[in-house]
Design a protein around this ligand. Sequence first.
Ligand code: AMP
Length: 214
Amino acid sequence: MRMVMFGPPGAGKGTIAGALTEQWGIPHIATGDMLRAQVRQGTELGRRAQDYMDAGELVPDDLILEMVRRRLSEADARRGFILDGFPRTLAQADALDEMVGGVDAVIDLEVPEQELIRRLSGRRVCPQCRAIYQVDTMPPRKAGVCDRCGAQLVRRADDEPEAVRNRLAVYREQTAPVLAYYRERGLLRSTDGTRGSAAVVDEIAAAVAAGEKP
Ligand code: AMP
């Protein structure tokens, strides 16, 4: 299964891709996570990407494509993968087709913008063990403290209100056009992302098991 998990920031791509890759035993390849790891490690790529990321802008295609090409050539990606946060531009979608000879399915998680803003502004992350919380729907047991490791939770720089507004505008202008690319190829399946993640995961897993076309 070569799948793209698509949708605006805050739609739940990471949660759902994470659950599916566990069921299917294929890698979850999230370009945002890969970039944040590069920033933490202080690599050249991390340094070049950080300002774009903090402002909620897209990192230039050439940097992203080089990183993804490398990751997809690793042995574990040969049996399949779920991409999360990639492709985000038409140029990236074209390049992906050229790298792997096409994908099998693209899942679009549909969530209204008001709900995305609410989710992103309430997201908190653990800087130490990377656990993710949501102040309304998935709060830690003690406010501001990670359940798993006890570190103080923080808000990602790009979850600050101004960066969130920018990320949503970037999604509408640069990323949403990729949907038409996959729709034209008969690969797009849209699903209601406002439901709990378990319902979404079950729906996708059942459709794939039944061999349904998107
Ligand atoms: P995410 O965690 O997917 O929301 O990504 C966080 C940030 O990383 C984005 O706001 C972009 O700055 C950058 N990023 C992640 N994936 C891509 C991509 N495919 N193309 C360009 N920039 C990306």
